[in-house]
Design a protein around this ligand. Structure first.
Ligand code: NAD
Length: 514
């Protein structure tokens, strides 16, 4: 038996001791930056000549790590190692693997400050967000350990005279984990260790911007005693090894989180049966969002404005669940907009080493893309707040609000993935919902209303995987809010749900006659 699942607490930064302790962690991590990271294949650390750099997005002259790069040759070696390791890893009982995960979580818990501090530098995360990322990683691991224990004995099926039947779960084989940079620890660790606890082996290709954060998990797995070859670390250029990983005849499943463009590409490619392939590949693709907060009339306009601002600008809007559309009833539109602008003016922007509310965006490509959308927004609507950018030392974008938009406008349709929110007005609740659904995406949404009928209608008609009432549309918590989207937001695998591990398991039925 294990104790029930509970969430890992964050760190209370209103307590000065915690602030001092975190500053120490930041200092220690800073002293260890700019080291060379290896590939890890079959437990062996391999340093390649060809490397890439991960840099601090708040200070682009600061190198976070020099990362070895896997080519197709190393990927082949990693597949070989993973296939070999699978032979014995799948023979561990589900319970033995689940207990191993609990040990992994315990080590991460001890290194929580260190791992969070790495994300402050490597992803530009504000302190709270960085700690939230590390603790969510712990939550995923603890949760999946318990899920696996629950599935360990299979499920009951009927016996009849002379026949005994069993229904149980078995792993699938070797697979590939491809995480994004925006939750570089939580999503990376969750999508790596869910298939692993189910008895599969994995090639982990971390996001290019956040390899050091991912390498911290490899250190933990080594410390915990994971058998070699079960998780292989293969950072590399996705243009060189991305398709190769997905197309491989060794790949039984791909668990991907990232953009719609990459996700749909992986989905298509994995559908093609390669020569010698004896199974159909499974693809879990959790992709982008164009999430909205719908604001009804007769509501608390302070709550509405606060929900919009925190959901739009937390981690600089770089969350798949970030609010990029505020869809507001005409009766409260002006008031909510005014309050949102006022609140936004109070946010601090800068290097998150100094615990600002907002930090940089992740890289040059995103910086340029967001700047371009701000220019488009100026043509499509009215710039109410922000709009400024500063690329002198890092990739800083002011929290930006546009008003007077139409649902069909480009900035209301395309995922920006930065601190930009657009306001659009609706004449009644039905129109607000129509606008909310007028998107290819269906990840998260929130409705601020005091009208129960409207809420019931939203539950039925608002087409999103995660819907919230009277709060913002970000901050899903493992165990409370299984997470995943509809439409072009992905395959709705619902991470952190009681069903998630089924993505990595086959159900076997054994019928014995006697
Ligand atoms: P991205 O698609 O650029 O990259 C994601 C991962 O895919 C990276 O590891 C990258 O190296 C890899 N990749 C790129 N090209 C590839 C290819 N051809 N083959 C295989 N792998 C390839 O996305 P990103 O910019 O890192 O992440 C941001 C996106 O992620 C946003 O769209 C956001 O909404 C989405 N996201 C979704 C969720 C969710 O749960 N739905 C969670 C977080 C982020």
């Amino acid at each position: 038996m294990v104790v029930n699942y509970k969430n890992e607490p964050g760190i209370d930064f209103t307590n000065n001791d915690n602030v001092e302790s975190f500053k120490e962690a930041l200092k220690k991590v800073k002293d260890e930056l700019n080291q060379k990271l290896p590939l890890v294949i079959n437990g062996e650390k391999i340093f390649t000549k060809d490397t890439s750099q991960s840099i601090n997005p708040a200070n682009t002259s600061e190198v976070i790590a020099e990362v070895s790069k896997a080519t197709t040759k190393e990927v082949d070696k990693a597949f070989e190692a993973a296939d070999e390791a699978y032979k014995s890893w799948k023979r561990w009982t589900h319970r033995e693997r689940a207990e191993f995960l609990i040990k992994v979580a315990a080590i991460i818990r001890r290194r929580k400050e260190e791992i969070s501090a790495v994300m402050v530098y490597e992803a530009g995360k504000p302190w709270d967000e960085a700690v939230g990322d590390a603790t969510e990683g712990i939550d995923f691991i603890e949760y999946y350990a318990r899920s696996m224990m629950e599935l360990a004995d299979g499920k009951p099926v009927l016996d009849r005279e002379g026949e005994h039947n069993q229904y149980f779960y078995k792993p699938i084989g070797t697979g590939v984990t491809i995480p994004p940079w925006n939750f570089p620890f939580a999503i990376m660790a969750g999508t790596t260790l869910a298939p692993v606890v189910a008895g599969n082996t994995v090639l982990l290709k971390p996001a290019e911007d956040t390899p050091l954060t991912a390498y911290k998990l490899m250190e933990v797995l080594e410390e915990a005693g994971l058998p070699k070859g079960v998780v292989n670390f293969v950072p590399g250029d996705p243009k060189e090894i991305g398709d190769y990983l997905v197309d491989s005849v060794h790949t039984h499943f791909v668990t991907f989180t990232g953009s719609r463009a990459t996700g749909t590409r992986i989905f298509e490619r994995a559908a093609k049966v390669q020569e010698g392939q004896q199974f159909l590949k499974r693809v879990i693709a959790e992709m982008g969002g164009k999430d909205a907060i719908v604001v009804d009339k007769d509501i608390d306009t302070d709550l509405a404005a606060e929900s919009i601002v925190t959901s739009a600008f937390g981690f600089s809007g770089q969350k798949c669940s970030a609010c990029s559309r505020a869809i507001v009833h005409k009766d409260v539109y002006d008031e909510v907009l005014e309050k949102a602008v006022k609140l936004t003016k109070s946010l601090t922007l800068g290097n998150t080493e100094n615990n600002t509310y907002m930090g940089p965006v992740i890289n040059q490509k995103q910086f340029d893309k967001i700047k371009n959308y701000i220019e488009i927004g100026k043509k499509e609507g009215k710039l109410e707040q922000g709009g400024g950018t500063d690329g002198a030392t890092g990739y800083f974008v002011e929290p930006t609000i546009f008003s007077g938009l139409k649902s069909s406008d480009q900035i209301m349709q395309e995922e920006i993935f930065g601190p930009v929110v657009g306001f659009v007005k609706g004449k009644d609740f039905n129109e607000l919902l129509e606008i909310a659904n007028d998107t290819d995406y269906g990840l998260t949404g929130a409705v601020i209303t005091n009208n129960r009928e409207n809420w019931i209608e939203a539950v039925k008609a608002y087409d999103v995987g995660n819907l919230y009432l009277n709060r913002g549309c970000t901050a899903a918590v493992v165990g409370y809010h299984p997470f995943g989207g509809f439409k072009m937001s992905g395959t709705d695998a619902k991470t952190g749900s009681p069903d998630y591990l089924l993505n990595f398991l086959e159900q076997k039925v054994v019928s014995e006659m006697f």
